[in-house]
Design a protein around this ligand. Structure first.
Ligand code: AMP
Length: 397
């Protein structure tokens, strides 16, 4: 089957066309600056990237351009659109309604719409993608794969906040967690790759990228995760603060004369590594370079990140009463041996020793703990698009 995987943001859209039988990516790319001017990046497997600047007033023109590129006579990956067998959409928030991926119909669209309040920037964009695909490719089955679904197995003690319960009852204020497609893909792969018993396994997945989250997975099911009602909670991220004392909001808003929107912008866009480094960068590569050339704020930012990850990992070992494997993934997790070393060096009490040579490798599934370590530590590159493709096929086949 050929599956078109779509990840629609408010002004951008990423796509991959995947052959589900071979799991090969036939073509991929993105549309940027939708509603502003418009830029299509298209790459057929084995060929160079093509970049086209063209007006994209709405997602409809953007998706139409993707479909035209996919069926282009010279560089298209398909002869005609009839070769697209199914479409898989990333949907950010499924609330408590969606614990699994679903085939999209009118009822599902209405239920996703009801979750818009919980992800006002993301869900409406995801729905636009779904509606435009239905219009441009009528009859092709569409599947919604939710960022929150994998975490729906968390018990109440992990998802309830210490707030008046009426806010949960009335508004469903609770921990949902995000990056679920990645946590699901990586935890499943970890069990397979490390030869663990799925029904008797405790795994911690550290998804460390521009946005970061950590999850605790027992017997293949998520029991806790660091992101909450929104992706702002948890470890320090590129520009998000992660956990802070909530009273800081009142304190700073009074001092700086900021309203709630202003405070949220500080916490989501100006904090984390960017904020801690005094504006140097939100990107780990820049920060590590700045730290090496003596920038103290950049050094502190890297240290705060590593310490924050270490504390959550330790907390999840306690929450699960043990751990069989700790896995690193996403941009920082897959590429940054220094961060992995800083975290793993603090886990000696678990009988873990880092294999320094293995920790230098990249781009493959790899065990980075020594053979005599009591707990396995691994790097497993994530692949959310492939996971969305697999979920889509499992529902439409
Ligand atoms: P992601 O959101 O998963 O794309 O991850 C983005 C983050 O990964 C950024 O902070 C990048 O600096 C970081 N990253 C990517 N490649 C490397 C690398 N080779 N070394 C350190 N950090 C990296």
């Amino acid at each position: 089957m050929n599956v078109l995987v779509i990840n629609c943001g408010s002004s951008s859209l990423k796509y991959q066309l995947i052959n589900s039988d071979t799991e090969a990516v036939l073509a991929k790319g993105l549309c940027e600056r939708i509603g502003i001017d418009g830029r299509l990046v298209y790459q057929k497997a084995g060929l160079d990237k093509e970049i086209t600047e063209a007006p994209m007033p709405t997602h409809k023109e953007a998706i139409q351009m993707v479909l035209d590129a996919l069926t282009n006579e010279k560089t298209g990956a398909l002869k005609s659109l009839s070769e697209v067998d199914a479409i898989g959409h990333r949907v950010v928030h499924g609330g408590e309604k969606f614990a699994k991926s679903v085939v999209i119909d009118d009822e599902v669209i209405a239920a996703v719409e009801e979750c818009n309040d919980l992800a006002p920037l993301h869900n409406p964009a995801n729905l636009i993608g779904i509606r435009v695909c239905a219009e441009l490719m009528p009859g092709v089955p569409q599947v919604g794969v939710f960022d929150t679904a994998f975490h729906q197995t968390m018990p109440a003690k992990a998802y309830l906040y210490g707030l008046p319960i009426e806010y949960y009852d009335k508004y469903k204020v609770r921990r949902y967690g995000f990056h679920g497609t990645s946590h699901s893909f990586v935890s499943k792969r970890a069990i397979e790759f490390l030869g663990l018993d799925k029904n008797n396994s405790k795994v911690i997945v550290c998804h460390l990228g521009n946005g970061s989250s950590i999850s605790a997975v027992v017997n293949g099911e998520c029991v806790d995760t660091t992101m909450g009602l929104t992706p702002l909670e948890g470890v320090v991220m590129g520009t998000r603060s992660g956990n802070i004392d909530p009273a800081i909001m009142e304190f700073i808003s009074k001092k700086e004369g900021l309203d709630i929107d202003g405070m949220m912008t500080v916490l989501n866009k100006k904090s984390g590594l960017l904020g801690l480094s005094g504006g140097v960068s939100s990107d780990m590569r820049d920060l590590e370079a700045a730290a090496e050339s003596g920038n103290k704020n950049a050094e502190n930012a890297v240290d705060v990140l590593c310490y924050s990850i270490t504390k959550f990992v330790g907390g999840y070992v306690a929450a699960m009463n043990g751990v069989d494997a700790i896995v690193f993934t996403a941009g920082i997790g897959e590429n940054d041996g220094k961060v992995r070393k800083a975290v793993v060096d603090n886990l000696g009490y678990l009988g873990i020793t880092l294999d320094e040579e293995a920790n230098k490798k990249r781009g493959e599934d790899i065990v980075i703990s020594t053979a005599d370590s009591k707990v396995k530590v691994a790097v497993i590159p994530t692949n959310e698009e492939l996971m969305i493709c697999r979920e889509t096929v499992s529902l439409v086949k």
